[in-house]
Design a protein around this ligand. Sequence first.
Ligand code: FDA
Length: 511
Amino acid sequence: DQQKAFVQCLSNSTSVASNISNIVYPSDNPSFSSILEFSIRNRRFDTPTTPKPLVIVTPHNVSHIQSTVLCAQSHNLQLRVRSGGHDYEGLSYVSPRPFVVLDLIQMSNITVDVSNRTAWVQSGATVGQVYAQVGKSSNTLAFPASVCNTVGIGGIVSGGGYGTLLRYAGLAADHVADVQVVDARGRVRDRASLGEDVFWAIRGGGGNTFGIVVAWKFNLVTVPETVTMFSVTKTLEQGPTKYLAKWQKIADTLPNELLIRIVMYKAVNPVTIAVVFNCLYVGSKDKALSLIQESFPELGVTPEVMFEMTWAQSTIQFAGVNGTTLDSLESRTPVKDVIYFKAKSDYVTKPIPDSAMDGLLKMMMQDGIEQPYVIFTPYGGKMAEIASNSIPFPHREGNLFKIQYLVYWKEDSEEVSNAHMKWIRDVYDYMGSYVSSNPRAAYINYRDLDIGENMNSSTGGNGTTAYQQAKVWGVKYFKGNFERLVKIKTAFDPTNFFSNEQSIPSLGVGK
Ligand code: FDA
């Protein structure tokens, strides 16, 4: 059968054969389930009925990846590549077609070059591992990626990647200087051999679409030795709407060094909504204090709640990691228990009226909804300075902030699951009048299959249907960059070997 033939194909490759028991895990291998589950971050995709791969391959080097690509092609198996496994819809480890998971967990080398301010990072590394290595190498270098430390480099950079430095420095994908990629023909390519079109597409055009990115070379960012963190919480009883209204006026216009990010969640005992203003100032406490007192005096920030530290230390605090040392950032253990969740995103281009904000807070209080979160990430700053076609990620000037809606639940019950899925869809409908439209923009790394799915070669469509279906979600994630992505994909991977429910289609398929 397909599984046996694929394993046989791999064992014919000399580099794999010499170490096959540590690289290739067919579904009947005793370690199969633990390897599969180790990087699953959403229990919605870890149920008895979730489709499982026929084989998991955990390569140790590039030649193992090349062999896996070629064997999957020759046995008509779909390939899903997984780095950190954080995909919101599980696309890195679930497929409707017989498939193989290429899990890059063994490929996480990081080499920081302090004098040239660059780092080579293999895709299987986590963001936290990069932060730790950069922080250990220098107190004045930083890498702008996620807030969360366990996110994988392979996935996050493929879709953009923002963290607390987005207003100061932009996205992770804005800082890619070179790549090492295995293409659909099993060839190892770099920036020069890919050419500038594919190099452009690979920096944010979505994972599992152009090839397997083995490693990335990043330009690191210079930061002062000291940054300042502070945080202020307002609850429903304090009338948070007035603070949110003020925040909407100023958050995108503040100096690039200051980030005020808002996390709203349902707190218990007593039940209320906590509206947390999480702040990072890339500079000293004195400057941070005068800036916040001048721009947002209503928040009531005092010197006692402000803490100076290095940038790397600030990433520990923001991620909520259990620990205080840079080593604690390197853990792959999730900060939050792995439970069920669903998320969606929006972009805001004009302030949301107070009445709508009140309505949103009220929906968060709905009975039976366990853990609702709404997160506002301010734009402006560096995000507005970078052209919207500089890389495929298009959400730049003109955006005040991004919204992420998230809801978690613990119970393994269809009723509970349906109630939470309905809640987040209702919230999204409710917010429709207040957010961007034509297209209603979304962030690809907050993957949401509700906004559209491909009908491509893996689900029975040909190139033409694939394009029409893909355009529905494609313009929401990529706006005007979608068409260029389709052209590049069609030329680079004409048979659409790398694909998933939201990968850029190839117009060549089925013609
Ligand atoms: P995963 O391995 O699931 O991959 C995601 C996608 O990329 C899949 O389609 C996969 O096939 C593909 N892919 C993976 N490796 C690849 C490779 N080497 N080459 C080609 N394709 C590859 N985002 C953000 O910008 N800022 C943040 O702060 C956070 N925080 C956050 C917290 C938590 C708890 C979660 C679950 C997620 C986030 N995210 C985020 C979203 C995150 O950026 C998104 O889920 C990334 O795709 C995750 O990358 P992983 O490698 O972990 O995922």
